[in-house]
Design a protein around this ligand. Sequence first.
Ligand code: HGY
Ligand code: MN
Ligand code: MN
Length: 412
Amino acid sequence: MSLTIDRDRLMGEIEALALISEAEPPVVTRVVFTPSDLKARAWMRARCQEAGLSVREDAVGNTFGRWNGSDPSAPAVGTGSHIDAIPNAGKYDGVVGVLGGLEAIRALQQSGFRPRHSIELLIFTSEEPTRFGIGCLGSRLLSGTLSAASARKLSDNDSATLDEVRRKAGFAGELEQVKLPQGYYKAFVELHIEQGPLLERQRIPLGIVTKIAAPASLRVSIEGSGGHAGGVLMTDRRDALCAAAELVLAIENAARTSGAIDTVATVGICDVFPGAVNSIPSRVRLTVDIRDTDLQRRDLVMQMIEAACRSISAKREVSVHSELVNADAPADCAPTIIETLSQSCRKHELPFVPMVSRAYHDTLFMARLAPVAMLFIPCRNGYSHRPDEYASPEDIVRGTLVLAETLAALSK
Ligand code: HGY
Ligand code: MN
Ligand code: MN
């Protein structure tokens, strides 16, 4: 079987999809169920239908483009990723796995390959936590990691519930119908940019992911007392932002002193109230993102953060309340799928390296449903979640070629 990846078509589609954004190029902003997300979904449906895939969408908007295999009773082989993008993002995060997956299927079709197991391209809803505060919403529901009842409690910053927003976007049905049974997929493989610098630094074109880190996130609210920035003496203050600043540094320290490079912690959002230049902050809301490939180490960092909340609260006489949003286990990728990816790399004499993913991906939750693995390609300077995110056409084509070979091997 000789496979040809249509580089111009693939790169043209990546550029075209990048223009479907709430922001001006080169910035991509495409938050779930916003007009740009719905436009991008329609555009993707058309691309899948052009490729002869049968397309269905579930109640939360996960989209499935299916290339029927010769044995309808055989479990499907899945690939895919996400097309939603955080504000001020780039054009490759998630998109490389979706359009690369579609191109891999088209290359197999054009090579005359016919799968026994159906091959399914998945476009997961809301991989990013931007709107509903939790990442991988679509794959959590698909894998049963998040219950429909818990998902119904989610709402966005305008207090619109997930149910209201998804139905308004045209996704009817009940969330209970989203979950797929064990055995539905034989395997799931996701192509993704590394979102880190290691492949580029090592000058190795492909990374095969062996483990996906365990993500957790918290919401912390700190209540002090406000007041006039001139009239209130320093000794009389209970400044919520000063307390937050101390907590942010304690969070950084907890991650830095874990003894491992795989421990990371980030305060990504800090809302200050009332936010006036001459008013002492009375309330601060923080979001905390903690990850590690080792569950015990990740949980130890979370315990250290809780201890810091308590000690800062006592010392500064402010209230500190933390709410757990999610705390997920890491996922080990399946040795059989890792080996299939490795054989595909070797077949094309492409160097590769085993590695972990500290970014989370829908594959983390698909691992609850089927054997999984991920294939990484380099991204320039390791940049991601920023407009200058960049992956070269050569790397994207290489990753797509190996993905196509792997899908063929798994669906025979
Ligand atoms: O945050 C992540 O790891 C993913 O890019 N959403
Ligand atoms: Mn992302
Ligand atoms: Mn991603």
